[in-house]
Design a protein around this ligand. Structure first.
Ligand code: BES
Ligand code: ZN
Length: 858
């Protein structure tokens, strides 16, 4: 007998975009019957199948871990089927048939959290991207759209609430303490949008009247004790529904909209038709447990999932290579929504910060891919910052190039043309082209070429010279110049003003623009409002940047000038061991003193770039030198502007908590000031932070104080960590913050601390939020993740390997930081590669982790 135990698994297959073929069989209708039980759920599926075109191929129904207990064709039991790598292959005579299958699944042992699983006492589903095949046999691909009728039966005490997609079309009691409900969804949908939830849930109910006068019942379902924490999410839902009507003319299309919050969830949230399922961290919020950032995230994610009802559900994706069609567009929509709710300038700064922290490194590393990838092994690895955040920037550029009016016409055309179908990125661009009459041929390159374009902008005499290059990325060496929209303005040094912003469409490798003659050399403000997702290099001096940081009327440009000034100083200091801080200190001092500025903006502008972002600017990352340089500048800013930080700290104290943009801005600036005060004088600041920690009436202030203390050596540190734990030990979302605050600390003992936290009774590999709170946060800690002895790399690899058999999707998401080995010195490179090789050699590795690890080593 062959010993297959230790034989290497077959290399998983690569799926290619070019190989797309329309489905052989369609399923216009499906009736599902669930006999729900945590240990043993029986699923009966009745599919009306129709042959798609003329062919003689059998019906192939995807399955993952399923064995059919019965198969019937047109009501007659059959054994004429085979299982090929999980796929049920069934010959069918004729053009249509009714195919029925029966399977049994065990939700309570489903640790992957894909398909039907148990979370707390609930039963819930997650089907995107390929989870439906873990529930029943079905052509589990987004271009097969079906009408669903779903009947579920369950114990009435354990599962009093039974929710599905669409409308409730029947319910009743059964014998043995069980009951049933039937849900019918009138809109054809792909299987990834299927959902059901069963459990002891309580609803925060409300209503929304659409612009055409239809009343929609809204409900947010949570554990009873969490009901008071659902009001912010409900407000956000109603605001989103109104916003999509106002800005896109899109109305909700069913009589009810349900949201359920669950504790164990692989992602943020999921847009299942009329039954969104959320990671509880993006629903639950009250002042005592959620920070301002959490409040913003709740509103942003609620909006995002709601907006998918049109950009994703009514018009879905033909195949998973088109993922950015729904995700990039919907992120753009949620970003604009959030910008309209508060400070648009601060929102833009935050979005760019996320792009630079998550997407630029992806584009510059071994996992780089275009927003419409050409191939994948495991699709869940492609829910990336590139697909999402760069994808959103590409839609934003279309908006910039076409203007708001033509962009809206293009959206209308896209929704009208493709409603009820599965579309492609090409369909979207074509709608934009047709509606605007513009030729977007060159713009399409953004969909296919990976990598972050580099633009150099130089003023030579009376000419502005713009040049673009696109670096090589894996599998792509020969790149074409892209169409890059650049908002720019030329400032007059003497007056501090400019003659108007221009939109330049850079469409060649090199372009020369004549400058207005006379008036001396202008100061260039470029890529204003971050009009393109690019890296800009200019020949601007420190004086130019200081000028812009004080005068640019584009808030993003003003922020950017300050960041560039700081970066130049920090990169120089990391390289040379020291730098002159004067220009930065002066610019920060002026910004702090400028009463005309929004405190929320000041809070962002005076923050130093992260250690990770500083490293991204260097040929080789030296984590210790970067940390030293940044701390030195932080201390210098703290001491030399001590009076101003003190003043800002006290001026922005609030007698009590309000959730308004003004109050948020005040908290932001005050907590940034606290960070600087702590950098100047540890003793005094420890007491100050502890006082804030104890007196806070909200999580923003309490966590900022805890973070400051966790990061230092103040005597108050242990007491604060202990008090925080004691106060919130029954609230997992807050305990996540407690884990993260320690994992992010720059203290020398952080490596040992995270090792101890991994053994803490509250640590579990079964809750993705907890894993991310410890391991995910630690991998962002540049100083300690890159510890010279390799302990940080080993820690991450150990957790990843322990998690892979439990939850491969979440394990694979931990891997990318290890893949950045090319960016560090040879000794660290060897340590990182050794961990990647250890991961790759692990027996039974998932294809999720295999793909990430093998690509990272290549
Ligand atoms: N469709 C996704 C959920 C999803 C993510 C399914 C990954 C399968 C794999 C949902 O619309 C989404 O994008 N959620 C984001 C949050 C959003 C605000 C960007 C998430 O879960 O992170
Ligand atoms: Zn989404």
């Amino acid at each position: 007998m062959l010993d297959t135990q230790n034989a290497p698994a077959a290399v998983p297959a690569l799926i290619r975009r070019e190989e797309y073929r329309p489905p052989d069989w369609l399923v216009p209708e499906i009736a599902l019957d669930f006999d729900l039980d945590a240990a043993r759920t029986r699923v009966t599926a009745r599919l009306m199948v129709t042959r798609n075109g003329v062919h003689d191929r059998p019906l192939r129904l995807d399955g993952d871990g399923l064995t059919p207990r019965a198969v019937r064709v047109n009501g007659v039991a059959t054994t004429d089927w085979t299982l090929e790598a999980g796929v049920l292959v069934l010959p069918i005579n004729g053009a249509t048939a009714e195919v029925e299958t029966e399977v049994e699944i065990a939700p309570e042992t489903n640790t992957q959290l894909m398909g039907l699983y148990a979370s707390g006492g609930l039963l819930c589903t997650q089907c995107e991207a390929e989870g439906f095949r873990r529930i029943t046999f079905f052509p589990d691909r987004p271009d097969v759209l079906s009408r669903y009728r779903v009947k579920m039966a369950a114990d009435k005490t354990l599962y009093p609430v039974l929710l599905g997609n669409g409308d409730l079309t029947g319910s009743g009691d059964l014998s043995g303490g069980r009951h049933w409900a039937e849900w019918t969804d009138p809109f054809p949908k792909p299987s990834y949008l299927f959902a059901l939830v069963a459990g002891q849930l309580f609803a925060n109910r409300d209503t929304f009247t659409t612009k055409s006068g239809k009343l929609v019942d809204l409900a947010i379902w949570v554990a009873e004790a969490d009901l008071p924490k659902t009001h912010h999410a409900m407000d956000a839902l109603k605001a989103s529904m109104k916003w999509d009507e106002d800005v896109y003319g899109r109305e909700y299309d069913l009589g009810q909209f349900n949201i359920v919050a669950v504790a164990d969830f692989n992602f943020g949230a999921m847009e299942n038709k009329s039954l969104n399922i959320f990671n509880s961290r993006y629903i639950l919020a009250d002042p005592d447990t959620a920070t301002d950032m959490d409040y913003d995230a709740v509103a942003g994610v609620v909006a995002h999932e709601y907006f998918h009802n049109w950009s994703g559900n009514r018009v879905t994706c033909r195949d998973w290579f088109q993922l950015s069609l729904k995700e990039g567009f919907t992120v753009f929509r949620d970003q604009c929504f959030s910008a309209d709710q508060g400070s648009a300038a601060v929102k833009r700064i935050e979005d760019v910060r996320v792009l630079r922290a998550a997407q630029f490194p992806e584009d510059a590393g071994p996992l780089a891919h275009p927003i419409r990838p050409d191939s994948y092994i495991e699709i869940s690895n492609f829910y990336t910052a590139t697909i999402y955040n760069k994808g959103a920037e590409i839609i934003r550029m279309l908006h910039t190039i076409l203007g708001a009016e033509d962009f809206r016409k293009g959206c209308d055309l896209y929704f009208d043309r493709h409603d009820g179908t599965a579309a492609t990125c090409e369909d979207f661009v074509r709608a934009m082209e047709n509606a605007s009459g513009r030729d977007l041929a060159q713009f399409r390159l953004w969909y296919g070429q990976a990598g972050t374009p580099r633009i150099t902008a130089k003023i030579s005499g009376e000419t502005l010279i713009l040049e673009q290059t696109l670096p090589e990325t894996p599998g792509q060496t020969d790149k074409q110049p892209m169409l890059i929209p650049l908002r720019l303005a030329l400032f007059d040094r003497a007056t501090g003003g400019h003659a108007g912003e221009q939109l330049v469409l850079l469409d060649k490798a090199r372009m020369e623009l004549p400058l207005p003659s006379g008036g001396g050399r202008p100061v260039l403000s470029i890529n204003r409002d971050f009009s393109a997702p690019i890296i800009v290099e200019t020949d601007r001096t420190a004086e130019d940047l200081a000028f812009l940081s004080a005068h640019d009327d584009d808030p993003f440009g003003r922020y950017e000038a300050m960041q560039q000034l700081m970066l130049d100083t920090l990169v120089g200091a990391a390289r040379d061991g020291a730098a002159d801080h004067t220009a930065v200190v002066t610019a920060v001092g002026q910004t702090l003193a400028n009463n005309a500025l929004d405190p929320a903006f000041i809070g962002e502008a005076v923050l130093l770039p992260s250690e990770a972002f500083i490293g991204d600017q260097m040929a080789q990352i030296d984590p210790e030198a970067i940390h030293r340089a940044r701390e030195a500048l932080r201390r210098d800013l703290a001491t030399r502007l001590a009076g101003q930080w003190e003043a800002a700290y006290h001026a922005h104290a609030a007698p009590r908590f309000h959730y308004t943009p003004e109050a948020k801005g005040a908290r932001r600036l005050r907590n940034v000031a606290l960070g600087y005060l702590a950098a100047a004088q540890a003793d005094h600041a420890g007491a100050l932070a502890f006082r804030q920690f104890e007196a806070a009436d909200n999580m923003t202030d309490r966590l900022a104080a805890l973070g400051t203390l966790a990061n230092g050596d103040a005597v108050e540190r242990p007491a604060a960590l202990q008090a925080f734990y004691a106060r919130y030990q029954d609230n997992p979302l807050v305990i996540d913050k407690w884990f993260s605050a320690q994992a992010l600390s720059s203290r020398a003992d952080t490596g040992a601390a995270v090792a101890a936290l991994r053994d803490h009774p509250d640590f579990t590999l079964h809750n993705p939020n907890r894993v991310r709170a410890l391991a995910g946060a630690f991998s962002m800690n540049q100083l300690h993740f890159h510890a010279a002895d390799g302990g940080g790399y080993r820690f991450l690899a150990d957790i990843l390997l322990a998690l892979d058999p439990i939850n491969p999707q979440t394990a694979a998401k931990l891997l990318p930081p290890l893949g950045r080995w090319r960016r560090v010195d040879p000794a660290r490179q060897a340590l990182m590669r050794a961990e990647l090789e250890r991961i790759l050699a692990a027996p039974g590795l998932s294809k999720d982790v295999f793909e990430q690890a093998s690509k990272s080593l290549a």
